[in-house]
Ligand binder design. Structure first.
Ligand code: FES
Length: 104
């Protein structure tokens, strides 16, 4: 079941600039690449480091702690795709970015 919640005003999210937000009680990293907005849980599945401090290269986000690399489109760890970081659907309505926490 969908549960769309407000994340951040659209104008606050710059292209290629990961932004830490709190949506409801969930810490999320919002990332815009090529105009498409992605939302990733702000917790690395390895040891829980904050992902918003990671390095972004295209669609690849590298965890700042031990350099695990995730594809923000799928959530998959590039070295072992069976390991994933949760991702969330996004949409824009009335100048606001919403994310769907329903699958959380
Ligand atoms: S906590 Fe992210 S790679 Fe270790």
């Amino acid at each position: 079941m969908n549960r769309w919640v407000f994340a951040v005003p659209l104008e606050r999210l710059g292209e290629g600039e990961p932004l830490r937000v709190k949506a409801d009680d969930t810490q999320v990293v919002m990332i815009k690449v090529d105009g498409v907005i992605h939302a990733v849980l702000n917790r690395c599945p390895h040891l829980g480091c904050f992902m918003h401090k990671g390095q972004l290269s295209g669609h690849l986000l590298t965890c700042p702690c031990h350099d695990w690399v995730f594809d923000i489109r799928t959530g998959q760890f590039t070295a072992a795709p069976e390991i994933t970081i949760p991702i969330f659907p996004t949409k824009v309505e009335n100048g606001e970015i919403l994310i769907d926490l329903g699958g959380k």
